[in-house]
Design a binder for this molecule. Structure first.
Ligand SMILES: *Cc1c(COP(=O)(O)O)cnc(C)c1O
Length: 362
């Protein structure tokens, strides 16, 4: 590792592979003989259009996205999708059902309530979002326009370990901001998958949307054009200026994922990294994992000591040994280690070693 760099466990924006940063750095003044940086190019230029197409193609290949899905690079973050999804899909029946497994899912449901009849299919709130409801606990209406869930709860450190089943004819809509590109998606079940890219795909500024074309074209009448999937598909994400630099960076990161061995390799690495940390937690009498075992996230490992002052010492001590951003979300406190695709096994091992050492030291 570069001497001055740290192991960065930030939840998002988050670590980017060093090789990718070096590549972007080498190309920053003069992108492949164009005489300019990607930041300075027209989004309609040949050079940028080829970056754009290649990024999309690589993503489609990596995630085995079928042709009936369009891949869009939008703005407004995952948070804007909380509104965009209902504005486009609620017109099917006027109703949609949501699983509330954390704060982002709650925000999505609150946004959707402005546009239709929203029911809560399940909620883990009574147990402080420490678990993912089982399939048998999901109450999804047969006439729901869609069933919405957040695949990985970045703040609480829980993750759906199964793809939910909805009644026949009810498609799924999923926020996969923090676990996209770590497993395959069963596309046949979905109307929409989206991800704010700054967790696992790119720097901030681009939101990746996979939309099933069978479901577009019936947005609410007052939907702004920028929030209409059909218009975005028609303009190939270029109805207006797209976030060119973030798309370019995403392209480099997608290539890196492919070179590393694709989704299979990312899946294996996430298991390895998270096991290192959960094993320490399970063997420890100091650390308590926040999530129930069957619901634990592979991406965000949340834990506490039970003493907020000790948590603070843990976080400060980690910084001293080059381990940064292991503090929990400001709304929950404690610790959270976000271990996305770019986090090395070595980084996870360093944190695991520090945890053991900190406990011994007392
Ligand atoms: C970070 C995050 C969001 C919010 O993303 P923005 O791009 O900041 O809007 C939404 N959902 C999940 C699961 C997240 O991790």
């Amino acid at each position: 590792m570069n001497e001055k760099r740290v192991f960065n466990f930030a939840a998002g924006p988050s670590a980017i592979p060093e090789e990718v940063l070096a590549e972007a750095g080498a190309e920053i003044m003069n992108y492949r003989g164009s005489g300019m940086s990607v930041m300075e190019m027209s989004h309609r230029s040949k050079a940028f259009l080829s970056i754009f197409e290649e990024t999309k193609d690589t993503l489609r290949r990596l995630m085995k996205v079928p042709e009936d899905f369009e891949i869009l690079f939008l703005q407004g973050g995952a948070t804007l999708q909380f509104a965009m999804a209902p504005m486009n899909f609620i017109t099917r029946t006027g109703k949609a059902d949501y699983a509330i497994t954390g704060s982002f899912a709650g925000k999505a449901a609150d946004e959707a309530k402005k546009y239709g009849d929203i029911a809560i299919a399940a909620s883990s709130k009574e147990k402080n979002h420490t678990y993912i409801p089982a399939q048998s606990e999901l109450k999804i209406r047969e006439d729901a326009s869609y069933f919405y869930y957040c695949a990985n709860n970045t703040i609480y450190g829980t993750e759906w370990q199964y793809t939910p089943e909805a009644p026949a004819g009810v498609p799924l809509v999923a926020d996969m901001s923090s676990d996209i590109l770590t497993r395959y998606v069963d596309w046949s079940k979905y109307a929409l998958v989206f991800a704010g890219a700054q967790k696992n795909m790119a720097p901030a500024g681009v939101t990746v949307v996979f939309v099933n074309k069978a479901y577009i074209g019936s947005a609410l009448p007052y939907t702004p054009v920028m929030l209409d999937y059909a218009a975005m598909v028609k303009g190939d994400s270029m109805h207006n200026t797209p976030p060119c630099w973030s798309i370019y960076m995403m392209g480099l990161i997608m290539k890196w994922v492919e070179k590393m061995g694709g989704i299979e390799a990312m899946d294996a690495r996430k298991r390895q990294r998270s096991k290192l940390l959960y094993d320490v937690i399970d063997a420890s009498s100091l650390y308590k994992g926040c999530a129930e075992k069957g619901s634990r996230s592979f991406m965000n490992v949340t834990f506490v000591t039970g003493d907020p002052e000790l948590d603070k010492r843990f976080i400060a001590g980690a910084k001293e040994v080059g381990i940064e951003n292991v503090n929990g979300h400001r709304s929950v406190g404690g610790m959270r280690a976000s271990i996305y695709n770019a986090m090395s096994i070595e980084g996870a091992q360093a944190l695991a070693d520090y945890m053991v050492e900190f406990e011994k030291r007392g």
